[in-house]
Write a protein that binds this ligand. Structure first.
Ligand code: ASP
Length: 610
């Protein structure tokens, strides 16, 4: 066999066109398929650029090479030398870029053989996920995955170019840091040199990017890997990638503008879609009120309507008492829902109950009159007022929940999404971008009676709410006072939402030690522990920390969204399973006893299950 240097491709498998007819070429690639037809051997040769059909005529072919060609199987890697020919009339394949030509093979070589793959390399596959992950290199050969990985590259490159063009420096921050939990559990790395000590893998570059601001690099970005040891929900990965950025001497408005322009640029370059900037902005309060979720999908309507005042004094105790007790009565209108059957209503009620509702009230407006089990309690008059308030047309349905405010909104928000999907109300041709800002600074956990940071321990309180921080220290126990100042404090913290997905999250950061320490105190971290965990940040804040703000966008989600992928797994070359395992390399795995010894570690024997 010739040396590979003599067989190296002159063209890729996606490159040849009728204008190349007559050229002598060499192609390298994988056998996608082969067939014998009319005495000829046809092979589709594949690489990441496309497919080319190569043809062998056994009558005129070198017998030794023919024998080699005949034992070729799917996924063998070949080198062929041949001449580009026009396809005979009637056999042109319009669907293929190379569909106008064949390569008439004169020399044929196998560069590498393949076992029979455990599944076929096809665009659509029914192969089980575990098999696809174990043989990820075969799965990745499939065209849809090739396209997504390529899109990921294109998007990443566009992001990099854009941000660098705006004067942001790309700076790497360490992968081995001190454990500073940011909400999830840290992955930890034992130190060999310092026994009993551990590094942590960063959940994000958050504190380091802030320290870069203190260091005077006033515009920073990084395509950063973030590692979080959390129980994996549907679309989470233990490692994900963020487009992380931070700037000094800016206000959140500057961050919004930069990200809006970045998105406009990337969507134009990659999808040729013009998106309108600036994006609408809503406060957290407003989105919860109107759509019952902090990442609303605005590609369809069905806003939540407040009905509380209409029913506050009605005869129906469930409504009236709830409003008097500080709760709300709210509803959503389903267009065309007036003809809902008993079964459909029951299904909605079950869904509402599963979401935590005590029940679901409704009014169905059909041609023949209004149907509602609560009619006998509320009376015609209140019913008419409800219909008017919610603008329920004949043919529509009004679904009503009565409960505490946030709970009511959240349940209706979920029902709205469900109905939107079920009835195909979402306009898939639209891109809906929006900002949500002014998130609550803290969340109060009723069980542990503790505050946690709703987003980030470094989020700066909204300027107007700064007094609430000090006020809170003098107030009653937050557990009993539902109006406690810390429950009311809002953060200068924002999310970017696209089509109902939270794509980016960021905020203005605290740049004074005193305030940072107070916030840590509120989170139950006393000064000694604050020093232990965050001493390096607190100290940096004592040496001239400029006002700064930033954001991080989830690259995996953005790529999934832009490529229409259902899962972020499809846009990550080597993803992990829901149990955080990599089936291809078999990690996590045990390590040698010598390695443990060196690290000064002992593994506790597994407890036997009784
Ligand atoms: N570090 C934050 C996160 O990972 C993002 C940010 O606020 O910049 O969620």
């Amino acid at each position: 066999m010739k040396a590979f240097s003599e067989l190296k491709r002159t063209h890729t498998c996606g490159e040849l066109r009728p204008s190349d007819i007559g050229k002598k070429v060499r192609l390298n690639g994988w056998v996608n398929s082969q067939r014998n037809l009319g005495g000829l051997l046809f092979i589709d040769l594949r690489d990441r650029y496309g497919l080319s059909q190569v043809v062998i005529n056994p009558e005129t072919f070198d017998p030794t090479m023919l024998a080699v060609a005949q034992r070729t199987r799917s996924e063998f890697v070949l080198a062929v030398v041949g001449t580009v020919m026009a396809r005979p009339e009637g056999t042109v394949n319009e669907k293929l870029d190379t569909g106008g030509i064949d390569v008439n093979v004169e020399e044929f070589y196998i560069l590498s053989e393949s076992k029979t793959p455990p599944f076929e390399i096809e665009d659509e596959t029914t192969a089980r996920d575990v098999l696809r992950l174990e043989y990820r290199y075969l799965d990745l050969r499939r065209r849809p995955l090739q396209e997504r990985i390529r899109a990921r590259h294109d998007i990443t490159l566009a992001v990099r170019n854009y941000l660098a063009g705006q004067g942001l420096y790309e700076i790497e921050t360490p992968l081995m840091i001190r454990s500073t939990p940011e909400g999830a559990r840290d992955y930890v790395v034992p130190s060999r040199v310092s026994h009993g000590k551990f590094y942590a893998l960063p959940q994000s570059p958050q504190l380091f990017k802030q320290i870069l601001m203190v260091a005077g690099f006033d515009k920073y970005f990084q395509i950063a890997r973030c590692l979080r040891d959390e129980d994996l929900r549907a679309d989470r990965q233990p490692e994900h990638t963020q487009i992380d950025l931070e700037m000094s001497f800016v206000t959140p408005d500057d961050v919004f503008t930069l990200v809006e322009d970045l998105m406009a640029d990337v969507f134009k370059k990659i999808l040729n879609v013009e998106i309108t900037t600036p994006f609408p902005r809503f406060t957290y309060e407003e989105v919860m009120n109107r759509w019952g979720i902090d990442k609303p999908d605005l590609r369809f309507g069905m806003e939540i309507v407040d009905l509380s005042d209409v029913v506050a004094d009605c005869e129906f105790k469930v409504f009236a008492d709830n409003v008097k007790g500080g709760g709300v009565v709210k509803g959503i209108v389903l267009k065309g829902g007036g003809t809902y059957s008993r079964k459909q209503v029951d299904e909605m009620t079950t869904r509402a109950r599963d979401l935590g509702a005590g029940g679901l009230a409704y009014i169905l407006r059909a041609e023949g009159g209004d149907k509602s089990p609560i009619l006998k309690f509320i009376g015609e008059d209140v019913k008419d007022q409800l219909i008017e308030r919610a603008a329920v047309k004949v043919g529509d349905a009004l679904f009503i929940i009565a409960d505490a405010r946030l709970k009511t909104e959240e349940i209706l928000g979920q029902l709205r999404l469900h109905l939107g999907r079920q009835h195909d109300l979402i306009d898939k041709s639209q891109w809906s971008f929006l900002w949500v800002n002014e998130f609550p600074l803290f969340e109060f956990d009723e069980e542990s009676k503790r505050f946690s940071a709703m987003h980030n321990i470094v989020s700066h309180p909204l300027e107007a709410d700064l007094p609430l921080i000090d006020e809170g220290f003098g107030s009653d126990l937050p557990g009993t006072d539902l109006n406690h100042p810390w429950r009311r404090a809002r953060a200068n913290q924002y999310d970017l939402v696209i089509n109902g997905w939270e794509i980016a999250s960021g905020g203005q950061r605290i740049n004074r030690r005193e305030l940072q320490q107070k916030i840590l105190n509120i989170l139950g971290i006393d000064d000694a522990r604050a020093e232990r965990m965050f001493g390096f940040l607190l100290r940096a804040l004592e040496y001239g920390a400029p006002p700064h703000a930033g954001i991080a966008a989830g690259l995996d989600r953005l790529v999934a969204l832009m490529t229409g992928s259902e899962s972020i797994r499809d846009v990550i070359a080597f993803p992990k399973t829901a149990n955080a395992m990599s089936l291809m390399d078999g990690s996590p795995a045990k390590i040698d006893p010598e390695q443990l010894e060196e690290l000064g570690l002992m593994i506790k024997p597994e407890e036997k299950e009784s």
